[in-house]
Every structure is written in structure tokens, then in C-alpha cells.
Design a protein. Structure first.
Length: 278
């Protein structure tokens, strides 16, 4: 994986075009659950793998579930990773399964010692089965728990220290969380252990009115906001160049729009790399 490369999330409207045109993209990320059934979709990825490093991003492992990871889902993920041999594998700091019911959402967790123990056990089990390090993504925050005494970056630092996992730092999520719940997004980045960061995500967000109060929604449906670009530049100063991804999952635009967003990130990554080399 190119440390200074910005990839794109590969979504179904663009698969045929990418296969046919092979645009100059440093790497591609796919959602694991879209390819667990095998068939033509996975065979397309196998063909693309000849020209592009891949990243597999899971959304359904539910690492925060107190009853543990669903064994069948983990087995499916392991088979997919073994088949695609991606450069990176990531999941979320969240839960989505309870009593065999999949809730189809990345639900938040209180940051407590008890939660840390649950996550450490589940991340350790997943990494043992995968035979590789997972990157864990910080979520977008929309509510504040009554008791959540550990700050989010400190919680991620502790999880990485305990399990050897890495962090997927979603800069847009940092911005959304701090805007919704209060907090300094720059200080959030400064508190995260730079050595743990293995990937960065960028995306657009929307503003919703909630009784006169604006709530930001991480909807991945628009260009990266200027404030998030500025926060990304601070992240690069803090962490150095890292594999970076443009996510766009709703109102998916033409491929050229995604490539233009990736080029904006690439220019910032190149400046960071040149400063580091000077």
C-alpha cells in the first residue's frame, strides 16, 4: 500500500468503468459484506487486484457486542480476506448485533473499562482468526452517554496498546463528533497516538435541523467540507502521510468527481511527504 496514496471506495456504479479504464488510483477499498456471497462481484475484485492494492472495510462484525463476535460472520470475513489478500483490513468501534438480531447500524458504545475489555477480547479473537492486524475506525457521535469517562482518542490508544490493533482515523467523523457533542477536533487528533494510525478516511457530511439546533450527519453524500480539509492537513502534520480514502456512499457521483476529490487529498499528501523528506 502506498503510504502517500489516496484511494477511493469502490461502489457498484463504478466497477465496470474502473475495470474497463483502469484509472490511475493508488488503491481501492470495498465493504466486506458486499462480497461475502462470492460470485461475479468477487471475481471482478480478483481481476482488479492485479492493478490495485485492496482494502477490505467491514461494517458488520460488531466488535462491541458483549456476547462476542458472531462466529459465522467472522468465518465469512476470514474467507474473503484469504481470497483477496488485501493490504489493509478495518472495522468499526461500534456494535450492531444483539441476541442474533442484526440492527443494520453502527451503534455507539460508552467508553468505560468494561467496554474496553469487551472490545479487546473481540478484537483479539478477530485478529487471531485473520492472522493480521485490524484497523479500528472511530465512529461519528450523535449522543452523549451519562457515563463514558474515557475520552475517545485515549480509549483507542488503550485498545491499540492492549491488542496490537491499529486505528483508522476518520477525520470527517472526528469533525462531526466534536461539532455535535462539543470538543476541539484538533485536540482530538493531538491526543491520538500517531504510531497507531494506519489509514485515514475523508468524506462529506450533511447538516440537519433538530429543533433549531444543527446536527451533523456522516452521510458520505457530498464533497469533503473545507473545515474537514483543514483538519486533514492537521492530521497529516500530526501523523505523517498515511493511506487515505475518499468515501462517497449516498448520491454517488460520476467516477471523475471521486477522482477529483482523491486528487485534492493526493496533493496534500504529496506536500507532507516532500516536507518529511526535506
Amino acid at each position: 500500500m502506498q503510504s502517500s496514496g489516496c484511494g477511493i471506495g469502490l461502489r457498484s456504479p463504478h466497477v465496470q468503468q474502473v475495470e474497463a479504464q483502469r484509472p490511475a488510483i493508488p488503491w481501492l477499498e470495498v465493504h466486506a459484506e458486499n462480497y461475502m456471497g462470492g460470485g461475479p462481484a468477487v471475481r471482478s475484485l480478483e481481476r482488479l487486484r492485479a492493478d490495485y492494492p485492496l482494502s477490505v472495510h467491514g461494517v458488520g462484525l460488531s466488535l462491541g457486542s458483549a456476547e462476542g463476535i458472531d462466529a459465522a460472520h467472522l468465518d465469512r470475513l476470514v474467507r474473503l480476506v484469504d481470497r483477496l489478500e488485501p493490504a489493509l483490513v478495518s472495522e468499526h468501534l461500534s456494535w450492531s448485533v444483539s441476541a442474533d438480531v442484526y440492527l443494520n447500524h453502527l451503534l455507539p458504545l460508552p467508553y468505560t473499562d468494561e467496554t474496553l475489555g469487551v472490545l479487546a477480547d473481540n478484537v483479539g479473537r478477530a485478529q487471531d482468526r485473520l492472522g493480521r492486524r485490524l484497523l479500528i475506525e472511530n465512529p461519528s457521535g450523535y449522543l452523549r452517554f451519562h457515563r463514558s469517562p474515557i475520552a475517545e482518542p485515549e480509549f483507542l490508544n488503550a485498545l491499540a496498546s492492549r491488542t496490537g490493533c491499529g486505528v483508522l482515523c476518520d477525520v470527517n467523523n472526528v469533525y462531526v463528533t466534536c461539532a455535535n457533542l462539543g470538543g476541539d477536533a484538533t485536540a482530538w487528533l493531538d491526543a491520538l497516538d500517531a504510531a497507531t494510525v494506519g489509514e485515514i478516511h475523508l468524506a462529506g457530511h450533511a447538516g440537519n435541523d433538530a429543533d433549531g439546533h444543527t446536527v451533523l450527519i456522516d452521510d458520505h453524500g457530498s464533497p469533503v467540507a473545507p473545515a474537514v480539509w483543514a483538519l486533514f492537513e492537521h492530521a497529516l502534520q500530526r501523523f505523517g502521510a498515511r493511506p487515505t480514502l475518499i468515501e462517497w456512499d449516498t448520491d454517488v457521483p460520476p467516477l471523475d468527481v471521486l477522482l477529483d476529490e482523491a486528487a485534492k487529498a493526493q496533493r496534500r499528501l504529496a506536500r507532507t511527504a516532500s516536507v518529511a523528506a526535506a
